[in-house]
Structures are given as structure tokens and as C-alpha cells.
Design a binder for this molecule. Structure first.
Ligand code: MLT
Length: 330
């Protein structure tokens, strides 16, 4: 009898404790955010991914009533940051902006400690950024045709900067070399921010970079632009031909960005994050700043968790075979 009574008391206590836990969790989700949020960026400060992150961090923070602090976790083409986010507490205080490297890393690395499709909660797609093949301003070739001849004559004497395996600058640079059938000396950096600084200083010859930071330098002649990675010319630099029109048929790399949270982040928090993202992307100030760099805002249906998930899946399926066929992971 005594045993039965203590069993019942125990069950009641444990049900009460669970109910308290559930109500505390629900309360925490309802009140979220009560402190600043960390937005992890997988490349160096001052680079294109960092710029997109900082552009959305301020208006998103204003909508959510808390500061969003950008943290740059550099190295290994973004995979160090992805690993850190995959292991972070799923409480809404860590979020992650990554570009299409999220979809290419699986094909470039033998074994990753995370799975792009199952280790994260997608929040929404952010923007599409075109790329340009750039050179230091005193590289001799004046045109893309001259550049092809110069590359064939000089091969590995030519240096090409990138931000490591998993970075789009590396993917673009290696696809370019594979199309020309040459191997240049590839120089890895922790982001294309520092790589662009070295290109401007003349320490490295070539860099395939996003338009986010590069348009003013192309316009004032601080760097040479040989071609864009788009199938149509870019309105901000209409005199720069596409690589496609100069003979590299179908050469297209458009860098899409997505916002994620660690797997298990509660849905009410993901919903608030998505609403803040959509509001930020629709603000006239953000739209103008993106348009000035020829960055396209994605359609509304892609700014959703389902839109980003579907796009990530499609991109993994698209890039895996391209990377394997080009042998650029070797
Ligand atoms: C960066 O932010 O440095 C770039 O997005 C790196 C890259 O992928 O090329």
C-alpha cells in the first residue's frame, strides 16, 4: 500500500515536472529573442558573404528587437563554420548565412561531419550574386582572347586566388581552368575579401569573384574584368562581355545564398526568423544596395524554408556531377 502511494506520488511529480518543462520551453519560444543573436558567416570579414550578412543583420535585428552580431568563422571553404553551426544549440541564438558552397561541399570533400540536408533548418533563400573573372590591372592581355593565349603560354606561372575548396571562387576558377584545359597555380585565402586586396595590390594575377564588392574597382580600372559568369551581360557593367559570348559556351555560375539554423530549432522561432528575413529583403534600402551590386533578390516562394530546401536539393544534384566530371575535387 505504502509502495503504491509513493509510486503515485512519483508519477504525479514527474508529470508535473514535464508539464513545467513544456510550459517553460513554450514560454522561451514565445519570448524569443531575449538576447542578441549570432549570425555565423563562413568566410573572412570584408568579403561578399560577409557583406550580404551584414546587410540583412541590421534590419532583421530591428524587426526582432535584438542585435544580430555577425561572427566570421573562416577556413576550409566554409566547412569549419558549417560544422560549428551543425553542433550549436538549436535555440534560435545561432543562425547561419552560407552560399551555394552548402551544395557543393559534399562533392568536394570526402567526408563531412555534417549533412547539408539534415543538419540544418532552412529559413529562406536570400539573394543571387553573379561573378566576374578579374585580373590585376597590369596583367598584359587586353581581351579575353589574348588572355587565353597568355594562359596557354604561361600555365602554372600564373596565380589564381580563391577561398578554398567549397568556396565559389575556387569552383569558378577550377571550372574555368578545366574548360581551357590548363592548370594554374591556385592560391587559397580565407575569403575573397583578402584575395581581392591582394589582386588590387598586384600580388596575385587572377580571381573569379562575386560582384558584391568588385563593381567599383572594375569601373575605376583598379582591376581588369575579362568576362562575367552570367549568360546575359550585367546592367552595372554593360561593357564587360559574358564568358559564354566569348567562347566558353554555357559557362554560368550564379551564387545563391541561404539562411539556416541548427537542426531542431523550434518552428515558432524559425517562423519569426523567416518573417524578419522577408521584411528585410523587401525594404527599399536593402533592395537598392543589392541592385547597386547587380545582386538579384529571389522570388517570394524561394524566401521560405520549403523554397530553400528544394533549391538546396536541386543544387546538390546539379553540382555533384559537374564537379566529378571536371575532376576539380582531385
Ligand atoms: C567570401 O565571402 O569570401 C566568398 O563568398 C568566398 C567564396 O566563396 O569565394
Amino acid at each position: 500500500m505504502k509502495f503504491k502511494k509513493s509510486l503515485i506520488t512519483g508519477i504525479v511529480a514527474s508529470v508535473a515536472a514535464s508539464a513545467l518543462l513544456i510550459s517553460n520551453t513554450a514560454m522561451a519560444q514565445k519570448d524569443w529573442p531575449t538576447k542578441s543573436i549570432t549570425l555565423i558567416v563562413p568566410f573572412a570579414a570584408g568579403g561578399p558573404t560577409d557583406s550580404v550578412a551584414r546587410l540583412i543583420a541590421v534590419p532583421m535585428g530591428q524587426s526582432l528587437g535584438q542585435t544580430i552580431v555577425v561572427e566570421n568563422v573562416n577556413g576550409a571553404g566554409g566547412t569549419i563554420a558549417s560544422t560549428k553551426v551543425a553542433r550549436a544549440a538549436p535555440d534560435g541564438y545561432t543562425i547561419y548565412l552560407h552560399h551555394m558552397g552548402m551544395a557543393t561541399a559534399n562533392a568536394l570533400y570526402d567526408k563531412l561531419p555534417y549533412d547539408p540536408l539534415t543538419s540544418f533548418e532552412p529559413i529562406g533563400q536570400v539573394a543571387d550574386v553573379p561573378m566576374v573573372l578579374l585580373a590585376k590591372k597590369d596583367l598584359p592581355p587586353k581581351t579575353f582572347k589574348e588572355l587565353e593565349a597568355y594562359i596557354k603560354a604561361n600555365g602554372a606561372k600564373i596565380t589564381m586566388a580563391n577561398a578554398g575548396p567549397g568556396a565559389v571562387s575556387q569552383l569558378c576558377g577550377l571550372l574555368f581552368q578545366s574548360r581551357l584545359g590548363v592548370k594554374l597555380t591556385n592560391v587559397p585565402y580565407k575569403g575573397t575579401g583578402p584575395a581581392l586586396t591582394d589582386l588590387l595590390g598586384g600580388q596575385v594575377d587572377l580571381l573569379c569573384d562575386q560582384t558584391t564588392q568588385t563593381i567599383p574597382y572594375i569601373k575605376d580600372g583598379s582591376v581588369k574584368a575579362y568576362g562575367t559568369t552570367t549568360l546575359k551581360r550585367l546592367p552595372a557593367i554593360p561593357n564587360v562581355p559574358t564568358l559564354d559570348e566569348q567562347g566558353l559556351k554555357g559557362f554560368e555560375v550564379k551564387v545563391w545564398h541561404g539562411l539556416y539554423a541548427p537542426k531542431g530549432t523550434p518552428k515558432p522561432i524559425l517562423d519569426k526568423l523567416n518573417a524578419a528575413l522577408v521584411k528585410a529583403l523587401n525594404s527599399p534600402d536593402v533592395q537598392k544596395r543589392l541592385a547597386d551590386s547587380n545582386i538579384d533578390i529571389v522570388p517570394a516562394q524561394k524566401m521560405t524554408p520549403a523554397g530553400l530546401k528544394a533549391h538546396l536539393e536541386a543544387e546538390i544534384n546539379k553540382w555533384g556531377p559537374v564537379i566529378r566530371k571536371s575532376n576539380i575535387a582531385d
